[in-house]
Design a protein. Structure first.
Length: 352
């Protein structure tokens, strides 16, 4: 039996694509160990998936001043030696890394023992952790065609590994959960697990007009439910949906979302007409803006600028995308974004 180490952490986007690979890895006879941080959010996600988990020390590599910049390098070094010990004991045939700062010492430890490393980069341009890790990688998978120029000869365009269960949702179950009618189209709005304050505000201001035509399921983020809208016909709010997310995807006729790479790749793989409102460059490195522009260029999405868009802009965008929904659906179905799991598994088998 061949052995693989999966690593990734810090956000769900660095974990769920790894978990999406698990069923196919098990079918192909791989023994799986997961390396994450000792107390990171990935520990629960991975443990819930029933995987063997080991935590190592990790420090964030910041590009701004923080007192932790003086102590975190020692945590990274400690994590490297802990990862080396795991490599020596477990003796994996290959490592697959999804990104996040915990992966850097794991990738470097694997390279030290000449263990092949495959990295997956979700965003248009690699983040700092992956830029450091890519130097030691055997191959680098990516989602966006434009990313290849940043990766050189190691680049392999695979798309994102999508969880199998997302394709198995029940529209009827989600409609019943929301109390919606099957006769009226549904918009699903999501800003991720933390929610998106500006998107929430814009949507709620646009609601009276939107509810004339649509029902709206709003995943608004923890602590962001607005009780003044409770009981509004055709509108329902949830802080966060986990197990039923596949059902909500099945229910949605149109999705309004942030532009995190994994989220939008799931939307595209499911061929759901969508409007993307990427996180502003004022509060991010701008990766969501690049992601969204690529999807717009490929004909998958309509994009609104968070800094300038108005509720009326959102209403107009919904009307446009819904009227032309089949054009968006056909374009997504013609894309290479589906099949990410199979392409990555083939790569893992080739180098392990």
């Amino acid at each position: 039996m061949k052995k693989i180490i999966l690593t990734g952490g810090g956000t769900a986007g660095h974990v769920t694509p790894n978990i999406a690979l698990v069923p196919k890895l098990e079918e192909n006879g791989y023994q799986i160990k997961y390396i994450g941080t000792k107390d990171g959010m990935e520990k629960k996600l991975v443990s819930d998936a029933g995987l063997d988990y080991e935590g190592i020390s990790s420090g964030k590599l910041r590009r701004y001043f923080s007192l932790k910049n003086f102590t975190d390098p020692f945590r990274v070094v400690k994590g490297y030696f802990e990862a080396k010990k795991i490599m020596k004991t477990y003796q994996p045939d290959i490592v697959f890394s999804k990104g996040g700062f915990v992966t850097v010492p794991v990738v470097y430890a694997a390279h030290k023992y000449k263990i092949p490393v495959i990295i997956h980069e979700s965003d248009m341009t690699p983040g700092l952790a992956n830029r450091l890790a890519i130097k030691k990688a055997t191959k680098v998978c990516h989602n966006f065609p434009e990313t290849a120029k940043h990766l050189g000869a190691k680049a392999v365009h695979t798309g994102s590994p999508i969880r199998r269960e997302l394709f198995e949702g029940s529209r009827l179950h989600a409609l019943n959960l929301c109390g919606f009618s099957a006769a009226k189209p549904v918009i699903m709005v999501t800003g991720g697990s933390l929610g998106a304050e500006n998107v929430n505000r814009m949507l709620r201001e646009a609601l009276p007009k939107l509810l004339e035509t649509f029902q709206v399921a709003h995943l608004c983020g923890k602590g962001k439910v607005d009780e003044s809208f409770s009981g509004t016909d055709g509108y329902v709010q949830f802080e966060y949906i986990s197990d039923e997310m596949k059902d909500f995807f099945a229910m949605a006729d149109l999705i309004i979302s942030r532009a995190g790479a994994n989220s939008i790749c799931e939307i595209a793989a499911l061929a759901k007409p969508n409007i993307l409102i990427p996180l502003s460059a004022k509060v991010s490195r701008g990766d969501q803006i690049l992601n969204a522009k690529s999807f717009e260029k490929q004909g998958f999405s309509k994009v609104l600028d968070e800094d300038t868009a108005t509720p009326q802009d959102l209403i107009d965008a919904v009307k446009e995308v819904y009227q032309n929904r089949q054009v968006y659906i056909d374009q997504m179905k013609r894309s290479t974004l589906s099949g990410g799991v199979e392409k990555i598994i083939q790569l893992i088998k080739e180098f392990s």
